[in-house]
Design a protein around this ligand. Structure first.
Ligand SMILES: Cc1cc2nc3c(=O)[nH]c(=O)nc-3n(C[C@H](O)[C@H](O)[C@H](O)COP(=O)(O)OP(=O)(O)OC[C@H]3O[C@@H](n4cnc5c(N)ncnc54)[C@H](O)[C@@H]3O)c2cc1C
Length: 459
């Protein structure tokens, strides 16, 4: 009998449990997979909240269909046919610059005619193919990398909002290699991003489509449907309202404090890094300190529902992000009811306002009323929406998204080395090798594969 415990029922914990279940079933093993979750629901950050006919995503809106891991998971779960791609109308994305929304260029060539960069900014950008690549051992920040390759203006106007969109982070402190490994690899492989894009295009013409951006994808009932479906698997036992604070390791078996009678062959921590740090404190203060040093940015998400006639002409495309240099109080807005159908009742629009981030840490001490007030002020000023919303819902996270700072990958290597003596212990989650849902599902698959190899060797 193989016994496996997973701590945390976010997308990472649930997908690792699911992949293990698939593998062990295939090999007709006698096994149990127990998942311990602190809350009375699964999903963690994945949360499709429904009220008064609105469906607001408190966390992720969906995943991009350009990477295979989440699509594959949907296929295994038999829910692939229910996937919902974003509306074509939401293709237009904006950046807020110089007090107005500027259309984001979709293709590199469109930079030349767009207003997101000045003439000097564009000239600097065009030098990109001639810039030498960095030595591969250098752990540059995103801003250093960008400044070197495409110039400071492009960092401020383009890279900065991109980092906001994924990490709500600060490009001046975050590691390029850890946050955007593909971009780092492309520079190493092709010497330039422009050359890389051209080569990839050429190859794609011969080997088929799949753009690097991809299409945002969800379900009619919201992205939470994905985690709900995993949680309905009969052979995954989920223990709700079970906050694990301590674990024990005895004679090669792991124990969790909510079920001290069950010896586990394998323990997988799929909780935020600071929780893993706290659980592991009794085993290694060095590992614990390293994990606890991974910072998280705080965030607030405000859903605003309006009767259509109140916002006519103000809401277009996917939404917009705001570069930090514009010194606004919000990070941007998504026009949720433009992106997917069924996010607002008939005759209404739903706007999702994002606030906070690594450069606004004070937000975690603000009251909800204070956050609502400044978000509404910004919506009025930026989108010219003067009417009162007909629906409002706020979600506040004091630790929303982990920040991979310079040195992140080295720190993870050290943690992995230091936990080697603890046989059967694994960790996965958004604090390590990517925060997007696609990264979480991919890393959970890798973790499941490592667990299977471990079991073959040791049990
Ligand atoms: C506002 C926002 C918008 C986002 N938008 C997108 C997007 O559009 N697309 C995208 O791809 N990604 C997006 N992300 C990122 C993505 O949602 C997350 O990185 C991902 O959901 C994290 O999943 P996880 O399972 O690793 O962690 P979590 O979701 O944090 O799950 C951890 C789980 O562990 C549980 N737990 C914690 N402590 C304990 C304990 N002691 N005992 C037991 N259980 C415990 C928690 O309750 C939780 O269920 C967004 C994130 C945020 C915050």
């Amino acid at each position: 009998m193989v016994r496996i415990a997973v701590i945390g029922a976010g997308i990472s914990g649930l997908s690792v449990a699911y992949h293990l279940l698939q593998n062990l079933q295939r090999h007709k093993e006698n096994f149990t997979v127990d998942v311990y979750e602190k809350e009375n629901r699964v999903g963690g950050t994945v949360h499709s909240f429904k009220e008064e006919g609105f469906l607001i995503e408190a966390g992720p809106n969906g995943f991009l269909d350009s990477k295979p891991s989440t699509l594959r998971l949907c296929s295994l779960l038999n829910i692939y046919s229910q996937l919902l791609p974003a509306n074509q109308a939401s293709k237009r994305r904006y950046i807020y610059l110089r007090n107005q929304l500027q259309l984001t260029p979709e293709k590199p060539i469109q930079f030349l005619t767009s207003d997101v960069l000045s003439i000097q900014g564009k000239s600097r950008f065009l030098l990109e193919p001639f810039i030498k690549k960095a030595p591969n051992e250098r752990d540059e920040t995103i801003a250093e990398f960008g400044k070197r390759r495409i110039g400071n203006e492009a960092v401020e106007n383009l890279l900065d909002p991109m980092v906001t969109g994924v990490f709500a982070g600060n490009p001046r402190t975050m590691s390029l290699k850890a946050c955007f490994p593909r971009i780092w690899e492309l520079e190493q492989q092709y010497g330039s991003l422009t050359k890389a894009l051209m080569e990839i295009r050429k190859k794609r013409k011969t080997s088929g489509p799949a753009g690097p951006g991809g299409i945002l994808t969800s379900f009619p009932q919201g992205i939470e449907y994905l985690v709900e479906r995993i949680s309905q698997e009969n052979l995954i036992h989920i223990y709700y309202n079970q906050e694990i604070k301590n674990i024990d390791y005895n004679h090669g078996y792991w124990y969790v404090d909510k079920n001290t009678n069950t010896p586990y062959d394998v323990l997988i921590c799929a909780v935020p890094a600071y929780v893993f740090a706290s659980i592991f404190r009794g085993f290694s203060s060095s590992v614990s300190q390293k994990l606890a040093s991974i910072p998280y940015s705080p965030m607030a998400v405000l859903g605003l529902g309006y009767k259509k006639e109140k916002v006519q002409g103000c809401v277009d495309g996917f939404g917009f992000l705001i570069p930090h240099k514009e010194k606004r109080k919000i990070l941007g807005c998504l026009f949720s009811s433009n992106i997917f159908p069924g996010r607002a009742p008939q005759g209404y629009e739903l706007i999702k306002v994002l606030a906070g981030g690594a450069r606004f840490p004070q937000i975690k001490d603000y009251s909800e009323t204070r956050i609502k007030d400044f978000c509404l002020e910004e919506v009025k000023s930026i989108l010219n929406i003067r009417a009162k919303p007909d629906f409002m819902k706020m979600f506040k996270y004091s630790k929303a998204i982990p920040q991979y700072r310079r040195g992140h990958l080295k720190l993870l290597e050290e943690v992995k080395n230091e936990i080697t003596p603890y046989k059967g212990l694994f960790f996965t989650g958004n604090a390590y090798y990517g925060v997007a849902l696609n990264d979480c599902t991919k890393n959970s698959l890798f973790t499941a594969q490592s667990v299977i190899s471990y079991l073959k060797k040791h049990k």
